[in-house]
Design a protein around this ligand. Structure first.
Ligand code: GLU
Length: 380
């Protein structure tokens, strides 16, 4: 059952995997990190974990914190070099605090510094997805930020809103929770007394976009509503629910969900959710680079929802790199599936027909779990 209301976000049956994004203005105050507030949020995250949900944290705040420590003006946003220097100082303290607070609940934090490009490029997308999947399986709590210190593009406003949505797409999370300094999306400028909170959005339409104000009020974060709507669009395409709630209160998740206060973005009615979105995502990139011919056992396993293992591959055609899209065909040439190959064509050729136990010796390094992972393939 997918998420259909805010309260579902902490229900493991509706939402087995939740991405929580925390904005800079919530994490960093005039005196540095807001330890007590963060500790209370970690208590809430630990409650989610205890209920059986996987949780991924996307944490901003590195630039704001580093700027405070280095005494840089404009919150470290005066120049790209300032932001990058600030981020490297802030990040180390930020992840240290997350790790310390999670550890109190017996949880292991895992830091990932990503760039939006990492989730656009197929090979890096596969790497990030595999790493995140493995971390979640192993019970860790990933804490993600953008790798601002080496980002080559201008560090853009609201990057982490979009990053959170991309991460949710990559791990096929059920929902993204954006903790912000406002209650959600208002139908006009929230300062206007006539403004009302929009509680549910089915599809980010032009009317909805017109409601967003461009800048965030606090001056610390960089999100504003525009980037949150961009994140909502990414989530919508991936069949992932996205909620914006006010994080300025103590224990904000419980408060927002109990009072049903926030904006919940759901895919537009009539749109098929995850499968269709996934197909579209893969389909959009499907300039196929090669083909893997499989035996009848592998063909049956694929129809049953399994990954493609090397043992079932009988031939390889084309020249492709790891992460390239390939077709999977049966002996008669019928296309069974399209997917992203975990190995390049030379490696596929070496591994074809071979059992997993032989792979390490054939490759000379630790093998991957499949030739095409089931999360990265679409049946035809
Ligand atoms: N990555 C930035 C930071 O840690 C925040 C980006 C954003 O505000 O979206 O400071």
């Amino acid at each position: 059952m997918p998420v259909t209301r805010l309260a579902d976000l902490t229900d493991p049956a509706q939402c087995p995997c939740l991405v929580v994004k925390v904005g800079s203005s919530l994490l960093v105050g005039a005196n540095g990190l807001r330890r007590e507030w963060i500790a209370a949020l970690v208590d809430e995250i630990a409650t989610c974990r205890a209920r059986g949900q996987s949780v991924i944290i996307v944490s901003s705040g590195a630039i704001a914190l580093g700027a405070a420590r280095l005494g840089l003006e404009k919150g470290g946003r005066g120049s790209l070099a300032d932001a990058q220097a600030a981020a490297s100082v802030g990040q180390i303290a930020l992840s240290g605090l997350w790790a310390e607070l999670l550890e109190r609940h017996g949880h292991t934090a895992a830091q990932l510094l990503l760039t939006l490009d990492d989730l656009e490029d197929r090979r890096r997308y596969l790497n990030a997805t595999a790493t995140l999947g493995r971390l979640l399986d192993a019970g860790a709590v990933p804490v993600i930020n953008e790798n601002d210190s080496v980002a080559t593009h201008e560090i853009r406003f609201g990057d982490n809103d979009r990053l959170a949505a991309r991460v949710a797409q990559a791990v096929q999370a059920s929902a993204v929770l954006l903790l912000s300094d406002v209650d959600g999306l208002f139908d006009r400028d929230p300062a206007d007394p006539a403004a009302t909170l929009v509680r549910e959005v089915r599809g980010v339409s032009a009317d909805i976009k017109a409601m967003a104000s461009a800048e965030s009020g606090s001056g610390l974060g960089s999100g504003g509503m525009t980037s949150k709507l961009q994140a909502a669009e990414i989530a919508e395409l991936a069949g992932v629910a996205l909620a914006i709630v006010n994080g300025t209160h103590e224990a904000p998740i419980a408060r927002a969900l109990a009072s049903d206060t926030g904006t919940l973005f759901l895919p537009a009615p009539g749109k098929r959710r995850r499968d269709a979105a996934r197909k579209a995502w893969l389909g959009g990139r499907m300039k196929l680079k090669g083909a893997l011919v499989v035996d009848s056992g592998a063909a049956r396993a694929l129809q049953g929802g399994s990954s493609l293992l090397a043992a079932g591959v009988t031939a390889v055609s084309g020249v492709f790199a790891r992460g390239d899209p390939v077709s999977i065909v049966d002996a008669g040439g019928t296309v069974l599936a399209h997917g992203l190959s975990e190995y390049d064509s030379g490696e596929c050729d070496r591994l074809k027909g071979r059992q997993s136990s032989e792979h390490e010796a054939l490759l000379g390094y630790a093998p991957r779990s499949a030739v095409v992972h089931r999360n990265q393939l679409v049946l035809k």
